[in-house]
Design a protein around this ligand. Structure first.
Ligand SMILES: [Zn+2]
Length: 96
């Protein structure tokens, strides 16, 4: 479950700490439901755009994944926050 404290700060899924840092964002937009899609990966090194076959895309529609690390857990334990459309809803989950 994704948790946010009273100051609207995202909390680490492992330790509950509120010092998280974003390192990259991956956005996958499908051409149509269950179709192939375009992935855009953005980090401090730049932006990469590529095409993906449907079988390599999670769910049936579009996906946004934000990579973070937590000061308490350390940079060696990156975390991924996923925002994904699923059955008409938008799910926000941590990927393990
Ligand atoms: Zn943590």
């Amino acid at each position: 479950m994704v948790k946010i404290n009273g100051d609207d700060e995202l909390l680490c899924p492992d330790c509950g700490g509120n010092y998280t840092h974003q390192t990259s964002v991956n956005v996958v937009m499908r051409d149509s439901e269950d179709g192939d899609g375009t992935a855009t990966f953005c980090s401090s090194k730049g932006v990469e755009v590529s095409r993906l076959e449907s079988s390599k895309i999670a769910g049936r529609r579009d996906v946004i994944e934000i990579q973070l690390w937590c000061e308490e857990c350390g940079e060696d334990e990156p975390k991924t926050l996923r925002i994904m459309q699923h059955k008409g809803n938008t799910e926000v989950t941590w990927q393990r």
